[in-house]
Write a protein that binds this ligand. Sequence first.
Ligand SMILES: [Zn+2]
Length: 463
Amino acid sequence: MTARSLFADHALLPGGWARDVRLDWDATGRLTAVQPGATATRGIPRAEGPVLPGMPNLHSHAFQRGMAGLTEYRAEAQDSFWSWRSLMYRFALRLSPAQLEAIAFGLYVDMLEAGYTSVCEFHYVHHDTDGHPYADDAELARALLRAAARAGIGLTLLPVLYQTSGFGGAAPAEGQRRFIRSTDSMLRLLDALRPACDAQGARLGLAPHSLRAVPPEALRDALAGLAAQDATAPIHIHIAEQTQEVDDCLTWSGQRPVAWLLDHAPVDARWCLVHATHMDADEYRRAAATGAVAGLCPTTEANLGDGLFDLPQWTQGRGAWGVGSDSHACVDVAEELLMLEYGQRLIRRQRNVAATAAQPEVATAMWLAAVAGGAQASGRDLGGLATGQQADLVVLDAAHPVLAGLEGPQMLSAHVFAAGRQRPLAQVRVAGRIAVEAGAHPLRAEAQRGFVQARRELLTGGA
Ligand SMILES: [Zn+2]
């Protein structure tokens, strides 16, 4: 029998760093005891470095990993999110179920090696290439479930409701044909997916794509239908990624998107506001007070030229937040945190902006906040190293040259701010089970082969 315990010289608990921590979990992978000041016992494995809570990735479009790095050239006089999106649509229109599964499997293996132990999949490619439902309407969602199960990563599946191409009920564009669903068909899809999600411990939620893609009646009906199925299910929405989107929402409703949402939907702690990038002071204050999580995707938001979220304004209102790798131009927890903090430093001309009174170590403060917010957005018990939470763990490699000789908190700082593109992770566990050992996932070679083949097919038009 494999041990269901681990001894850590340093572990990052929800309240901060603790020494000599013994962690125990049960057969389902739930922590049953977290005991600081324990004595190392023979037979209990000793972690090779500081133990961190595994990071939930709160925003992913898995298929976009296949086009990472392929849109870094100038196609228009002034490239923007919108020119990137047209390239992304061309890619999405070719994708087969087998290619999606191969890309997602490769991505999820990468995520585990990067310290993400679970992922919220914002899944919007539903139909076949002609825009017709597959014989099994859940075909592509099931491909994601299989990819996650095979990689061993936790999953919150968020099928996306997408109906219009702009505010005011504008008809969908031809390039959006694989995304479009009626509200009823979405609720049937959720019903159909529930047994498979339950069987692998995945959480099922709903993602109204954005206010530009979901008219008010559809939003209202979908939320009511979801609540009838599961009153606590997570709800994610892209809310204010682009200034163009804010302007269009103002033209349509006289309100900015976040203000409109807060006035017309029951936003609360079930919600994740993805890319709440463009808010005024009133929206920051009101949205934070709802208990919703701000879904921040710093490297994607930088890559797409979206704009900067004002983290201190959000945390002043006690707003919760977490991070996602979104378009997967970058798949690395440390880089998301670094990019988030550096954006704040550059705009404020200050340092250690995300540190708090309780946590002056900025990497520690950020890691804990992102785990708590990510867990809430995932709708799963992923809230860190505490009894009752899932044993999702990341063990830093204390012998790695970037970390060797440092203390626990310094090792996390070095991992986030000084590792460059090196990755000093020794082990990653999901629900207590080892997913990554000596920095590598056991299925890495197979996952990479499948990913490369699927990408080649998509780029050359083969199948
Ligand atoms: Zn997104």
